[in-house]
Design a protein around this ligand. Sequence first.
Ligand SMILES: Cc1ncc(COP(=O)(O)O)c(C=O)c1O
Length: 389
Amino acid sequence: MSPSPFSKLPVPKPDPLFAIAAEAEAAGAAAINGTLGIFMDEDGKPLVFPSVIETLSFLERHLQTFNYSYPPLTGLPKYRDAVTKLICQDDREVVASIASTGGTGALAINLRLMKMLLGEGNNDVLLPSPAWGNHPPVCKWAGFNVVETPYIQGGKASVDGVIETVKKHEKPFGILLQVGCHNPTGLDFDREQWADLLDALQKKECVVLLDFAYQGFKGEPETDTEPIRMCRERNLTTLVTWSASKNHSIYGLRTGLAAAFVKDMTEKKTVEGTYSSISRGLHSAAPTFGQAIVALVQDRSQDTWREDLANARAVMKRKRQLMLEHLPASFRNSLSGYGMFAMLPLTVDQVNRLKHDYKVFLLLDGRINIGGIPEAKIKDLCDKIAAVL
Ligand SMILES: Cc1ncc(COP(=O)(O)O)c(C=O)c1O
């Protein structure tokens, strides 16, 4: 019998994040799990925002009449309207958009669009590193060559190296930037740094892709859109990928949006048609249940939602503060950021010892999901970290 074609496949490497998350899960309730980017409650369970629970109670009464047919390829119009309003409050802007399967699906769609915009032979996408672990694979999947350019200098966010790389780049290129609450570092560019970088980009032929996975986790949702506004002010070709996973606590419902700022209604029609073809070839339309939830939260429970985000921000701030109080000064820079993540200055050996000796699970590069650790366990976590230093 001839060998099975499947036997020719290379042995796949497990995704490092999901592999360590599974180990943490298997270690039981006593473990401290700082792996997957999920915002947890004090019992270590994924926290569902009260605004979403309120919306689910409403939806529950309408489940039998929910529209289960195929949606338009671009997704539910009310959802797209609600999210584009969150992204660019100014309704004079013309925005093309399509619903996607989470922020990752939005990245896939926008990267494919970016490839088409840059044209044949322009295959480079610049990526400040350390990058979110899934950025390089999705960029490669879309046909890009990833040019990583370090952005942390002396433990702080710096644009100098990125600007150098931008200046040196001759051919048209794409650049993928995180809007805020950087994953994995938590360290974002400040206003001045954004301005310097965007000014440098303005002198180049490039497409800027802004990954906006944490709207409302740093400041008010509108304040968090500042880098998007700054790109628009400079007339940069700007694409945005947005995720509802964290800021509506619906991770598994895989809800996101890909958007592009366009010149006029003709361009909007063209881009939405292009988005539709990309999505059709990928998976047809994105799932609708999460879209319905987001549209309803924004329509009926917005005040509660804003309180939910304010609470999440306050919790993350308190946890960072507690860690700063209980860890040595050498951890200060790494904890000075925003959002769920920080990259602790730990060696691979120290991370492994935390896992084996203390059932503390972090990524090998020291990334911790602060939002995943109950506040009541933070001191214990710090004591355990101190024990491996
Ligand atoms: C920076 C960044 N972009 C995109 C995503 C993807 O979000 P989603 O889970 O909605 O696909 C994440 C999720 O962790 C992220 O951290």
